[in-house]
Ligand binder design. Structure first.
Ligand code: GLN
Length: 262
């Protein structure tokens, strides 16, 4: 190589290095100061008034509380709308940072994930047709003559599917739907005799459908909390601290009252 060629090669290398440095500086992996770490929340946005879609955006009690939690943690909230039954698994494997979906704390779920302190109470109720022969919980039979609609993988499904001895109606008498709304449609069209579902979504589905009512009796009373991967105790602690602050500031009650009232 003569001198001229060496100079040429060197200048090309230099140009490349400078170019790459410039690229890295403006778009590389160096986090910009205003870029926040993401807090990925998995939910099932078909559960009003806790989470639902309003056009392209998410709304509801959980969505608003999650927004305030992310603010407290200095993180950017990112919401993923998935099937209810895939939330716990996705949180367990780290695909999502947390699951917040009007989710009841159950012993089974506690085997896979941790839960924060509870921020709300959920009640399972029974929806029937206005002219139904079921007027109390005692009328609900496990003899195969009645079918119960539920949203799959929810506590309504889990408890209704228990054997009659365990207080349920047996697997075969339970019909599972992807969403609570579909279960309620099945009731309206006579495919099932009753739907077992959380009280607040029940109210909103019944209000939107002719000829249905909610039985007065409470089928179960449950605690809603946020689930986090077992090993992510750092996030669990931060969420619990932030929840306690929001609780003390009256923010949680304010949000719940605004959606549910009393
Ligand atoms: N609370 C019920 C459960 O945890 C239902 C939640 C839901 O459908 N989003 O199973």
């Amino acid at each position: 190589m003569n001198k001229k060629t060496i100079v040429k090669v060197l200048s090309v290398v230099l140009a490349l290095v400078l170019g790459l440095t410039a690229l890295w500086a403006c778009g590389g992996d160096e986090p910009k100061t205003d870029e926040k770490e993401q807090l990925i929340m998995a939910t099932n946005a078909a559960f009003p008034p806790y989470e639902y879609k309003e056009g392209d955006s998410f709304a509801g009690i959980d969505v608003e509380i999650a927004g305030l939690l992310a603010d407290k943690l200095g993180m950017e909230l990112v919401i993923k709308d998935v099937e209810f039954g895939s939330i716990v698994g996705g949180v367990e494997t780290g695909k999502f940072d947390m699951g917040m979906a009007g989710m009841t704390v159950t012993p089974d779920r506690l085997e896979s994930v941790n839960f924060t302190t509870s921020y709300a109470t959920g009640i399972q109720v029974v929806i029937v047709k206005e002219d139904s022969s079921i007027v109390s919980l005692d009328d609900m039979l496990a003899d195969g003559s009645m079918k119960y609609g539920v949203q799959q993988d929810t506590t309504g499904d889990i408890y209704a599917s228990l054997t009659p001895d365990e207080g349920g109606y047996g697997q075969d008498n339970v019909i599972r739907y992807k969403t609570g709304a579909e279960a309620v449609q099945a009731l309206a069209t006579g495919k099932v005799d009753a739907v077992i579902i959380d009280n607040e979504p029940a109210k909103s589905f019944v209000a939107a459908t002719e000829g249905l009512k909610i039985l007065e009796a409470e089928w179960t009373v449950e605690d809603y909390a946020i689930c986090v991967a077992k090993e992510n105790t750092e996030l669990l602690d931060k969420l619990n601290a932030a929840l306690a602050e929001l609780e003390a500031e009256g923010k949680i009650a304010e949000i719940i009252d605004r959606y549910i009232g009393d």
